[in-house]
Design a protein around this ligand. Structure first.
Ligand code: B3K
Ligand code: ZN
Length: 872
């Protein structure tokens, strides 16, 4: 939406829609001169709305050809057409409205609504794309039954798809054809989808627990059929899992996934017709990494889970977005825990939360998981709504238990199936099913920011009593939270102590600002293991000594907290080193951290995936959050310094482990094999922190000999980032070879772009600039922008270059993209979120770049909101 003055939308202003829509019949005629859309809606007055209100329809970039009320063609003075609304007053209580519009999908560069991609036409309607197709009350609480007929040239668009079930299809004059689809379910307009394209399809079937047969289909661009098997298998696994875990069966006769190369985000859960970014569908061992395979599992599951949490029960308004997104992320996370090493999965989630959501919560775009106000809703598909939203759902499960959570979810569906509801409705179902009072918990829904948690332990040896005092510091002196704090007490022998009745972990419910918990019969002073398995999304400010952290890292029975202790230890050391570096003193690394890391690396029975996580340092973005004022060069140097110190001290163990894991065994895509590859590549990367040219050669040999993308790409990344000149030269050769081999695989070329944009080499910006002119790059394709431009924006060291060059580069791209695709431009603008954490010289550069953006004429609401808030 283009607008000069931002118009904030407030949750408190919500009113029910004046009219309900029972049926929508659409005729979509795709022609070279534009697409004609004729929509017939049967409407009736909403008894829940104020009486006598006019009907206000939303529309954007529509050429209005006719408005017909109950069969009567209206004259222009019979309705009011201004900009983005069409208003009809004095309407009867029931009527049929027909509108005819022409749209230009070939010119739709925003990729919202109906748009052209390589092999045809696709839609994206969430949040407000449907209004770019036809006039409608484009809001999620208007749910209707849709019948859609598509017409198009048969040879160019052999597949004509829409939500629901195919009803009829046939030939038309001039080599054209048509197809009619009927969706038996009421749905909000944001779940509408249609596709007219030339695609190939992989078909399969799934029989649900109660015997319903569901036809499954994955549609991809011609030539990619051999990259669909994994997505199809993921879909079937997700269907079985949702039955088993939540008793939720697929309600559809047809479940289709369509992959498209031009897509603003990951994927979209349109009822029965999911549309996916190719990135989350296409995979084959030689072109996709283990991470890609896992992401496909995750996104396919996420969209599938939406069929219940989002589609069957949807949101009343967009402020409630976390109702479906937080809950569905929680569900896809649970799927991950049930299928993979749950600790490693949890670690990765928390790493992601700290790298993206914590900074968001501390920055200018901070908002509660249920925001109270927005200017552009597309800016609120955030880590807070999604990932923190999932943490909030997880805390509910922790508080009422797994069975209690299931009871609550059952009640939620029983009460609200087919409705558009609020977060309160969800929590009320959880409360009522469990007799649990969630009132003090609701702070999580309306307060922004990350709470801090302090812990003070006191041991009374004579009384054998341990008293733990927890103190919460809500952000900016806000309301206290109710938070579950899972706790264990680790004894000097490394064993968990008995917390009563043989339990070794207890969930403390902290709801006051300060609360003390007393534990009796504690034989010795323990080290508290707090927030086990990350039981609440808070910042724990416990003052652990390095010795206590080493103790937890070695012994905590909670593997998440073993990892956490390591992260804390690394964090302490890196922050100390930064202080030294900024004073011109070389940092000193203690032997004890090398010993601790050695113990991790050589633990005989540990899962290699866990070892990898435990040896991976916190990211620069995460570490920056713990600093008062960030010095990006010093931070980068300190973090690399610790990596190098560990490599020097663990060289022989790293090499031995690498050799043992690089065993030439046949490639498989199961969790244990993935874990082994992860650790192998972690060892290879550490070894290349050293100047020894043999390790560069080792990486190049792995690159040359790899039969899978995981090993090939990991070796490439190591070489591209290598500091030793010989290894770096091998990196250049490898980049050229990689490009030559994969130039026709768009997704693989995205990796090639992003590995260069995220590199730590000093010439990275020059290189990125040059790559913007490379044939592998395309400014109209979101994946390319994300791979090259946004990856550079996430390159902490170089985006925050002292001369401001990184800021100017990203700002220029925001200005260039905004007129074409504001959603993508706005995502790029988020790179500036933390500019105020840097020193005045950095700030001056960032501020100038941000101001430049704001002076652009016709700036979108999307970018204006993000940049405006950043400058406030
Ligand atoms: N619901 C979509 C996201 C739509 C984003 C619109 N800007 C994908 C998902 O969360 O599953
Ligand atoms: Zn979602």
């Amino acid at each position: 939406m283009r607008t000069e003055t931002p118009t904030p939308i407030y949750l408190k202003d919500y009113t029910p829609p004046p009219f309900l829509v029972d049926t929508v019949t659409m005729d979509v005629d795709i022609r070279p001169e534009g697409t004609l859309v004729t929509t017939t809606q049967t409407c009736r007055r909403n008894p829940a709305a104020a009486p006598g209100l006019p009907l206000v329809l939303d529309g954007e970039d529509l050429e209005t050809l006719a408005v017909v009320l109950d069969g009567r063609l209206l004259a222009q003075q019979d309705y009011q057409l201004d900009g983005e609304s069409l208003t009809l007053s004095g309407l009867p209580d029931q009527f049929t409205l027909e509108t005819r519009v022409r749209i230009q999908p070939d010119q739709n560069t925003q990729l919202s609504g109906f748009y052209r991609s390589k092999n045809g036409y696709f839609t994206q309607c969430e949040a407000q794309g449907f209004r770019r197709i036809t006039w409608f009350q484009d809001r999620p609480d208007v749910m209707a039954r849709y019948t859609v007929t598509l017409h198009g040239d048969k040879a160019t668009y052999p597949e004509l798809l829409a939500n629901g079930n195919p009803v009829t299809r046939g030939e038309e004059d001039g080599g054209r054809h048509f197809a009619t689809w009927e969706d038996p379910f009421k749905k909000p307009s944001y779940l509408f989808a249609m596709v007219a394209a030339h695609l190939e399809v992989l078909r399969d079937r799934y029989t649900t627990a109660s015997g319903r047969e569901v036809q499954l289909a994955v549609f991809v661009e011609p030539g990619k059929l051999d990259q669909c098997d994994h997505a199809m298998a993921a879909l079937k696994k997700a269907m079985a899992w949702d039955e088993e875990r939540f008793g939720l069966e697929c309600d559809l006769d047809h479940y289709m996934i369509v992959a498209v190369g031009d897509f603003n985000m990951g994927a979209m859960e349109n009822k029965g017709l999911n549309i996916f970014n190719t990135k989350y569908v296409l995979a084959r061992p030689d072109v996709a990494t283990d991470g890609d395979f896992e992401n496909i599992d995750r996104v396919v599951t996420h969209e599938y889970c939406h069929n219940w949490t989002g589609d069957r029960v949807t949101c009343r308004d967009w402020f409630q977005l976390t109702l479906k997104e937080g809950l569905t992320v929680f569900r896809d996370q649970e799927f991950g825990f049930d299928r993979h090493n749950p600790t490693v999965a949890r670690i990765r989630e928390v790493r992601g939360l700290r790298a993206a959501q914590y900074p968001e919560d501390a920055g200018p775009m901070a908002h509660p998981i249920r925001p109270r106000v927005y200017e552009e809703i597309n800016n609120f598909y955030t880590a807070t709504v999604y990932e923190k939203g999932a943490e909030v759902i997880r805390m509910i499960q922790t508080l009422v238990g797994r069975d209690g959570f299931r009871k609550g979810l059952d009640l939620y569906f029983q009460r609200h199936d087919g409705q558009a509801v609020t977060c309160e409705d969800f929590v009320a179902a959880m409360a009522d099913a469990n007799g649990y009072d969630f009132a003090p918990f609701m702070t999580w829904y309306h307060q922004a920011g990350t709470p801090r948690l302090q812990a003070r332990g006191q041991y009374d040896g004579a009384a054998q009593r341990y008293t733990l005092t927890l103190r919460q510091l809500p952000p900016e002196g806000g309301q206290p939270y109710l938070m579950p704090v899972a706790l264990g007490l680790v004894g000097p022998d490394g064993q968990d102590m008995d917390l009563g009745g043989g339990a070794t972990t207890r969930v403390l419910e902290l709801s006051a600002l300060e609360q003390s918990f007393v534990f009796e019969a504690i034989p010795a002073a323990p080290v508290p293991s707090l927030l086990r398995n990350f039981s609440a999304p808070v910042i724990l400010e416990a003052e652990y000594s390095d010795a206590q952290l080493t103790h937890l890292l070695a012994h905590d029975s909670d593997p998440f907290n073993r990892w956490e202790a390591g992260q804390r230890l690394y964090g302490h050391l890196i922050l100390d080193a930064i202080r030294h570096i900024t004073q011109g003193v070389a940092p000193q690394w203690p032997e004890s951290v090398a010993a601790a890391a050695r113990a991790v690396l050589t633990a005989p029975d540990a899962d290699p995936a866990f070892i990898t996580e435990a040896l991976t340092l916190p990211t620069e973005a995460t570490l920056a959050e713990a600093m008062g004022q960030v010095q990006p060069e010093a931070l980068h140097a300190a973090r690399n310094g610790l990596r190098r110190f560990l490599a020097e001290n663990l060289e022989s163990e790293l090499l031995a482990r690498y050799r043992a894991l690089h065993d030439g065994k046949a490639y498989t895509i199961d969790s244990p094999a993935m874990a082994r590859r992860a650790l192998k590549n972690c060892c290879l990367a550490y070894l290349n922190e050293l100047d020894d040219p043999r390790y560069g050669e080792l990486a190049k040999a792995q690159f040359d000999g790899a039969d899978n993308m995981t090993d090939q790409f990991a070796a490439l990344a190591v070489l591209v980032n290598a500091l030793a000149p010989a290894a770096r030269a091998l990196g250049e050769t490898a980049l050229a070879q990689f490009r030559e081999r994969w130039k026709d695989e768009a997704l693989v070329m995205d990796k090639w772009l992003s590995v260069q944009a995220t590199s730590r080499q000093p010439d990275v910006l020059e290189r990125v600039r040059a790559l913007t002119a490379h044939p592998a790059f395309d400014a109209a394709n979101p994946n390319k922008i994300y791979a090259l431009i946004r990856s550079f924006g996430a390159n902490h060291r170089h985006f925050h270059a002292a001369d401001g060059s990184g800021y100017r580069f990203i700002a220029a791209w925001i200005c260039r993209l905004d007129p074409k695709n504001p959603q993508v431009a706005s995502r790029l603008a988020r790179c500036f979120d933390r500019w105020k954490k840097f020193d005045p010289a950095h700030q001056a550069h960032a501020q100038a770049a941000l101001r430049d953006i704001l002076t652009q004429a016709g700036l979108s609401a999307d970018v204006r909101e993000v940049v405006g808030k950043a400058l406030q």
